[in-house]
Design a protein around this ligand. Structure first.
Ligand code: FAD
Ligand code: DLZ
Ligand code: SF4
Length: 513
């Protein structure tokens, strides 16, 4: 009987995956392969490669144990062919398989390649919808197509209704859709932060860690203290502990940042959601159950579910709705190369050096660090979207283009001209000072607005608004800051421009800033 090859990618490690359904264990084969093309199309963080290779190996072993025929290609196998296509070709020929089934990949570049495979292989190739997401791509495009502006909040309400999450009859639980106004508190010293879930590397992970150290030594990031979950059971433990220990405070401290505390009250599940070890539906369900059992307050559970059911589904829909044009967006004509300190953390700006060091050590930073420190600086400094996108795709273990690019191009850089966000998330040092204790340990003074000691975010913020007045001056949500800028004396504006110019001159000539 004719058998089918079922390709599973490194971020498709779910037994409910569309391409695993109806698999005939006697005739069909599953292909999972560690290949150079995927591991180096950008120089992914070492911990990201280790996470995926180890999770792929564990997943393959589980499938074999359940009776599937699995062909697993290791990175250092003598005959590794280096690309998914070449591995697919070899598998279909050697195993005499007559068609290929794959689930829709998470990146446009790979979808484009796959769409040519049927010709090159001379075999039928089916690309199935990825139904692990809760909004399918047609649903998103139908929702989006006749709208002048896309706003996550309205998409999220549709998703709440469709999935019946946090609904009381046809009304949102508690009477409001969004409890964000209760979610903006800095952290005080009296609250204990639970330790994150850590898993000691087993034999499989240890072998992978040695491989990564050896084969990817020139990639960014540290491998020490690798403690990620690499199986579904472990990922479920991370989720369960989050709901039991952290969710209660998630909402209130969602935007807080604390020096030396990278994990705070966040869930740390994006790694596992994005590679398939966890599914969004189960994540939402567990959180909602904790609310109904009276264990967690509504502001926390709603804030958390909004991230998973709202933002995560929204950015994925937007990515596929707008690609490939989305990649070319540069509304503010940003042109600066990425400053070198994003690789070394060697900057006098403490907030940036802390967030970059944590990123290097953990392949993780939480949302507000990514958005309001790292992203805010990239926006104010006018770094080119291609360079920013590449950096974010490299440095985080949860990064795939479908989720990374809308967050970078749309959310932090406003490079799509306001398709994703209604205004740029630009902020001066006072926001960072309010939400963190970074400024207490900084070379610069957050209270000073101009001069050598002044916090660079302060004058760069006004310089950004001044520089982009033509494009942003009419944005209703920037009315207040532009009114303030317009009232500033000529002398004050001159000082801002002079400080920004001096700063950029130093930055562009690789001086330590
Ligand atoms: P929590 O704070 O506990 O949130 C719960 C979950 O909600 C996350 O696991 C994630 O699945 C989802 N979520 C929250 N915010 C977003 C968002 N804006 N977009 C999509 N999903 C969201 N997230 C990624 O998964 N991969 C990325 O490559 C990525 N790049 C980002 C780049 C920038 C510039 C910014 C501003 C955000 C980015 N995010 C990305 C979103 C967010 O920062 C991470 O999902 C989050 O920090 C992951 O940590 P956590 O699991 O502890 O999340
Ligand atoms: C990210 C990644 C890496 C580092 N390595 C592999 C790999 O060796 N084999 C594989 O199948 N997938 C890998 N991935 C994940 C893919 O890059 C991912 O499936 C695409 O980017 C689409 O989201
Ligand atoms: Fe960052 Fe400015 Fe605070 Fe220093 S003073 S930590 S540069 S916000």
């Amino acid at each position: 009987m004719a058998g089918v090859l079922r390709l599973i990618l490194g971020d498709q490690l779910s037994t409910s995956l569309a391409s695993l359904q109806d698999c005939d264990k006697d005739t069909d084969w599953i292909l999972i392969s560690e290949v150079k093309e995927e591991a180096t199309y950008v120089k992914h963080h070492k911990k990201k490669i280790a996470l995926l290779f180890s999770a792929m190996r564990h997943f393959a072993a589980e499938l074999s144990d359940s009776g599937y025929q699995v062909r697993y290609i290791k990175y250092d196998d003598k005959h590794n062919r280096g690309s998914l296509f070449e591995e697919v070709k070899a598998a279909t020929r050697e195993l005499e398989l007559t068609s290929l089934i794959v689930t829709h990949p998470g990146e446009y570049r790979l979808l484009e390649q796959m769409q040519t495979w049927h010709k090159e292989l001379d075999l039928p190739v089916s690309i199935l919808d990825d139904d692990r997401f809760l909004a399918d791509l047609d649903f998103f495009s139908n929702w989006a197509q006749d709208k002048k502006q896309l706003r996550m909040e309205f998409f999220y309400r549709e998703m709440r209704k469709n999935t019946r999450s946090l609904m009381e009859d046809d009304q949102p639980a508690g009477g409001k859709w969004n409890y964000d106004s209760a979610n903006r508190e800095p952290l005080n010293n009296e609250i204990d932060i639970p330790t994150p879930s850590k898993f000691a590397p087993d034999e499989i992970t240890q072998e992978v860690l040695a491989l990564v150290e050896d084969s990817f030594s020139d990639h960014f990031g540290k491998l020490d203290d690798f403690h990620f979950a690499v199986t579904r059971d472990q990922a479920r433990m991370v989720l369960k502990r989050f709901v039991e220990e952290r969710l209660i405070n998630f909402g209130q401290f969602q935007d807080a940042m604390v020096q030396g505390q990278p994990w705070l009250f966040h869930s740390h599940i994006s790694f596992y959601l994005n590679c398939g070890l966890l599914l969004p539906r189960e994540v939402i369900q567990l959180a909602e159950d904790a609310y109904h059992d009276g264990q967690v307050p509504l502001n926390s559970v709603e804030g958390f579910i909004r991230q998973v059911l709202g933002w995560r589904e929204y950015v994925r829909g937007l990515y596929w709705y707008k690609m490939p044009d989305y990649k070319e967006q540069n509304f503010l004509k940003a042109a600066r190369p990425l400053p070198g300190f994003f690789w070394t953390a060697d900057t006098k700006m403490n907030c940036l050096s802390q967030c970059i060091e944590e990123t290097r050590d953990n392949a993780y930073a939480h949302h507000i660090q990514r958005l309001m420190v790292l992203g805010n600086f990239m926006l104010l400094a006018g770094v080119h979207p291609d360079e920013v996108n590449e950096w974010y795709l490299i440095v985080y273990a949860d990064a795939y283009e479908w989720v990374e690019m809308p967050n970078v191009t749309g959310m932090i850089l406003f490079a799509d001209g306001g398709l994703l966000a209604s205004k740029p998330y630009a902020a001066s040092g006072s926001y960072i000072n309010k939400m963190s204790n970074y400024c207490q340990h900084c070379h610069y003074n957050v209270k000073e607005k101009n001069g050598e000691q002044a916090c660079p975010f302060n004058y760069l913020y006004w310089d950004f608004l001044e520089r982009n007045k033509e494009k942003l001056g009419n944005n209703q949500r920037l009315r207040m800051p532009y009114a303030t800028l317009n009232k500033m004396s000529d002398d004050k504006v001159r000082m801002i421009k002079r400080d920004a110019e001096l700063f950029f001159k130093a930055l562009d000539s690789d001086q330590k800033v």
